[in-house]
Design a protein around this ligand. Structure first.
Ligand code: NDP
Length: 277
């Protein structure tokens, strides 16, 4: 019989690492699966998803840029994490054929920081740059993981304010204006959740943001993270990490949802690193 069907939807999607990651996880358990990339322009995304799940026996899909909001909107059921972010990075076909939306990005970032990079988030004054779909997912997870304070700064201040209001803990979670980045002091953890790097745009950030033992983290990886990580290293940050670990961790969450088994992420992460990702 045909192996189970999985896919990642994006636009563009050709260079996605997700097929390699899921095949490597599947090998750990001797599971046979088909996992392919589906390039869908925004106008045909909903139809492509319906076709995959109803005509091609699709069981699960990852969703990446620019479809995470649409994936959330078209699902029949949504987890709390997806509802908080307003976006979904995982779609799962339920036994009755309906689609469930999940968002595992926030949990994946926290696991990458705490398990892989051995960071104790408690007591960290944290700066979050961005208030898009990924930032909304990680803001909740960083807050729940116990960061001391969370300062959210977005180019468009309304989105940052809406995110802070949704979390609703003004003593720990507040917003500042992008224009004021030079005079809001320094942080222990700086998370870049903007898409500037992906869009090939440079972020101009003041050195004063970086505290003496600061950890800087870019959700992007590969070329899109170069600018922010170069800035972080130039400021003398203690550590500068890209989002490859988060990518592998969110894939592991999807894999567990679909197969009921927890893959070992470390060998897959290491192998992607040695292959230059
Ligand atoms: P969205 O389009 O939802 O949000 C983009 C955000 O970036 C907004 O806050 C936007 O601000 C900000 N932004 C864009 N350009 C600039 C700029 N030039 N200067 C300042 N701010 C800017 O994108 P996502 O939240 O979905 O994704 C953000 C990034 O995170 C992407 O690069 C994506 O690849 C990465 N990511 C990585 C994951 C991983 O597993 N490693 C998982 C999920 C995402 P404004 O509101 O003002 O427009």
């Amino acid at each position: 019989s045909r192996p189970s069907q999985f896919a990642v939807f994006g636009h563009p999607i050709a260079h996605s690492l997700s097929p390699r990651i899921h095949q490597a996880f599947a090998q750990q358990f001797g599971i046979a699966l088909e996992y392919r990339t589906i390039d869908a322009a925004p106008s045909v995304f909903a139809d492509a998803v319906r076709h995959f799940f109803s005509e091609e026996q699709g069981r699960g899909a990852n969703v990446t840029l620019p479809h995470k909001s649409s994936a959330f909107a078209l699902a029949d059921e949504r987890t709390e994490a997806a509802a908080r972010a307003g976006t979904a990075n995982v779609l799962t076909r339920l036994a009755d054929g309906r689609l469930a939306a999940h968002n595992t990005d926030g949990a994946a970032l926290v696991r990458d920081l705490t398990d892989r990079h051995r960071l104790d988030l408690r007591g960290h004054d944290t700066l979050l740059l961005g208030a898009g779909g990924a930032a909304r997912a990680v803001a909740w997870s960083l807050f729940e993981a116990g960061v001391q304070t969370l300062t959210i700064v977005n180019r468009s201040p309304e989105a940052a304010d809406a995110l802070a209001d949704a979390i609703g803990e003004p003593a720990r979670v507040h917003t500042r204006y992008w224009e004021d980045l030079g005079n809001i002091g320094s942080f222990d953890l700086i998370v870049n959740a903007t898409s500037a790097g992906t869009l090939g745009q440079a972020l101009t950030l003041p050195l004063s943001l970086v505290g003496s033992r600061a950890v800087c983290y870019d959700l992007g990886y590969g070329a899109s993270a170069f600018g922010f990580l170069a800035w972080a290293r130039a400021t003398g940050a203690l550590h500068a990490y890209d989002g490859l670990g988060m990518l592998v961790e969110q894939a592991a969450d999807a894999f567990q949802l679909w197969h009921g088994k927890r893959p070992d992420t470390e060998p897959v992460y290491k192998s992607l690193r040695t292959q230059g990702a």
